[in-house]
Ligand binder design. Structure first.
Ligand SMILES: CC[C@H]1O[C@@H](n2cnc3c(N)ncnc32)[C@H](O)[C@@H]1O
Length: 481
């Protein structure tokens, strides 16, 4: 399967589209021109990219939850509650796991089971089964923009129905919804499928309808060095821009050291814009999203609010355009709407108290330099591996272990690079594997881990990685011996 970072031709796009729309009966409801006309009638307050652009210009941080239940009426009740009682600036529709695996039959069963039992038997909203009109009922019932959030390797039909249904933002990407989410799905396949989704967004864009795209930043959410998640975000931004996407939110999962996390958000926006401009995409609006702590959560709700507050501080101090909010039920599973709204109000409280402050810390500039240089080592190597083509380069980078996502389930991920925290909890690289960092950068990472080894009176080793993974469940950041 030849892969290249080239805008899909109309013939190629239409040929794929004809097949995609047959994958489930609701595909027949999609009429592109009618959908574009529907979007044109949407009021400005329902358009995701406008609200993000305004937040970027005002340097404020918007709050957005995750939320999704099986049935339309209950999903509207949930989102309305989060909008009115939680103060959500932006709303999600989190898609259920069956739909993410294109298992629409089982999603259909989940709907009928939910009707029968009177409670949601799915862990999200089965948008494909509810179809275009089902999605439009959501959009028409709310006052703020709504984004489709999921984890779908083949998200083409979901995009067709979501865009036609009035969603004005779509999360995911050919790398970020494959490597952390799937075990054996070819990267070439998901990059191609997501070029389709981005091309569809480009078609709406060319009709004057702005669709925001958001690569999934945190990846596995477990000790992912900023340079790794940044490299994926930048590559997916370049792939999306080539297909005509004009509004991109790049993301990052909070890792735990305040200076590193603030430096990560700042460099993410700068580097994404740098690479978009370097490769000729000068009309793309770039914003950022911080995902509150993606690791394990304490069961105790008071402690959970502590973790949520900490993530909110990072979002505010890093001036992230948007923060994805966790809930005090994180350790239990799908939250109640009350708990979800509490997470939002807790976050808004911290942001409003910190919103006028910026972090000027010793080491912040150094951290930004380190993250930028590490990220450039990786992305530039990808271009080299692809002889200038970043799609081909990305595939070859994973094959060579140049991009290596820690703890990823995908068999196409090398899994050789080992991260560990330094003595301040910042994520460093213990063993680079084939990640092509310069000697200076390798030495920096080694020295920072050595500092911890000396403090802990033990050798730097794989045991540190294990201790760091388990530290979270003990309410710690650094896995002390
Ligand atoms: C990326 C993983 C995150 O998505 C969250 N999540 C998944 N499904 C839902 C859901 N249906 N409602 C609220 N949060 C959800 C989950 O708690 C975790 O924090």
């Amino acid at each position: 399967m030849e892969i290249q970072n080239k805008r899909m031709s109309d013939d190629e796009f239409n040929a794929i589209r004809a097949q995609v729309l047959t994958q489930w009966p609701t595909g027949k409801e999609v009429d592109l021109q009618e959908s574009i006309d529907f979007h044109k009638k949407l009021p400005k307050n329902k358009i995701f990219s406008l609200k993000l652009k305004e937040a970027k210009d005002k340097r404020i941080t918007l709050v957005q939850p995750r939320a999704g239940v099986a049935l339309i009426k209950e999903h509207i009740e949930l989102l309305t509650y989060l909008q009115d009682k939680g103060g959500a600036d932006l709303l999600p529709t989190t898609i259920d796991s069956y739909t993410r695996q294109n298992r629409y039959e089982e999603a259909e069963n989940g709907i009928s089971e939910s009707i029968k039992s009177g409670k949601s038997m799915l862990n999200g909203f089965p948008a494909v089964n509810h179809g275009v009109n089902g999605c439009r009922q959501i959009i028409e019932s709310l006052n703020v923009p709504v984004q489709m959030r999921h984890g779908t390797p083949d998200a083409r039909l979901l995009a067709e129905i979501g865009f036609a249904g009035g969603f004005t933002s779509y999360e995911g990407g050919g790398i970020s919804y494959n490597i952390p989410y799937a075990k054996s799905v070819l990267l070439e396949k998901t990059i191609l499928d997501w070029q389709y989704c981005d091309r569809l967004a480009g078609v709406y864009e060319e009709a004057g309808i702005s669709i925001n795209r958001e690569p999934f930043g945190p990846l596995t959410g477990t000790l992912v060095p900023p340079c790794i998640s940044h490299a994926v975000a930048i590559i997916e931004s370049l792939l999306a821009a080539e297909q005509g996407v004009k509004n991109i939110t790049v993301g990052y999962g909070q890792c735990g050291n305040l200076v590193q996390d603030v430096a990560a958000i700042g460099t993410l926006e700068e580097l994404t814009e740098e690479y978009l401009h370097k490769y000729g995409y000068n009309d793309v609006v770039v914003t950022t999203v911080l995902h509150q702590w993606m690791g394990g959560f304490p069961q105790d709700e008071a402690k959970a609010f502590g973790v949520i507050s900490w993530g909110s501080s990072v979002a505010a101090l890093s001036k992230a355009t948007k923060v994805i909010v966790k809930t005090p039920h994180e350790a239990m599973g799908v939250p109640t709407m009350e708990a979800n709204a509490q997470g939002l109000r807790c976050t808004k409280q911290v942001i409003s108290m910190l919103g006028d402050q910026t972090l000027t810390a010793a080491g912040l500039e150094q951290e930004k330099r380190i993250i930028s240089e590490e990220t450039r080592c990786i992305v530039d190597k990808c271009f080299e591996l692809g002889s200038g083509d970043i799609a081909l380069g990305a595939v070859r980078a994973f094959q060579a272990g140049v991009i290596d996502v820690p703890f990823a389930p995908s068999r196409y991920n090398a899994g050789k690079m080992l991260p560990a925290r330094d003595n301040n909890g910042a994520i460093r690289i213990l063993n680079a594997g084939a990640v092509p960092l310069s000697k200076e950068l390798l030495d920096f990472n080694k020295d920072m881990i050595e500092e911890r080894a000396k403090f802990e009176k033990r050798k730097a080793s794989f045991q540190m990685v294990i201790d760091d993974v388990y530290a979270i469940s003990k309410g710690r950041l650094v896995g002390r011996p």
